[in-house]
Design a protein around this ligand. Sequence first.
Ligand code: PGA
Length: 253
Amino acid sequence: MRKKIVAGNWKLNKNLEEGLSLASEIINIAKDELHNQAILVINPPFIHLSSLQKLIPQNTNIRLGSQNCYHQKSGAFTGEISAEMLKSVGVQYTIVGHSERREYFNETAEQLAQKVKLLLEVGITPIFCCGESLSIRESGSHLAFVAQQITDSLFDLSVEDIQKIVIAYEPIWAIGTGKTASSAQAQEMHAYLRNHLAQKYSQEIAQNISILYGGSCNPQNAKELFACADIDGGLIGGASLKSRDFITIAQSF
Ligand code: PGA
């Protein structure tokens, strides 16, 4: 059975005090009102990880995540954060290859493959992001384009390791725009990607990999998206900054 996951990507938002208060609200509301099996992942800026780790109680479905890591293990890379460092402060999930990082920081498919490998080595679950731009969708090549992103960064993984990955499909034209993919568009892509994984690995393995949808997912549209056969949850940006909205999304399975 694949996991149901709702991950909040805080991006470059919230100072420490605001972050602690948002996380406390999420933890408290989830304790009282979230009774399904969904795993909630909170991905704050790096600098808040240690403080938030102390807030998250044991034996809950709430996990700590980061938004990125560096693609080298250690060394003279001023300002960077390694997978091993993240592990040492309690990180369990890391977002890899968000479209903002691919675009603004020129992250390449090879670097993303390296990040995934380093994260798996220390036992952190990568949330691997993929997704097409509007022009690619309009050209009709979106299915092949996104499948190729998965081939390029994930298909060197062993049968054991591919099953430790979470994939997040995020059409770039839907991120932060308020323009969600329709549930039919999202389901079509998710089913296509699952089939792509099945062809490389096996049907059984593909059925075990959680594929999340991201891009203007909110309390109003989450139910319809999560009801799709191949959508296993969401990667949430804007709506993860409001505790009530984030939990309502997590209640939408
Ligand atoms: P959004 O962001 O929910 O604000 O569209 C999603 C993301 O970038 O992960």
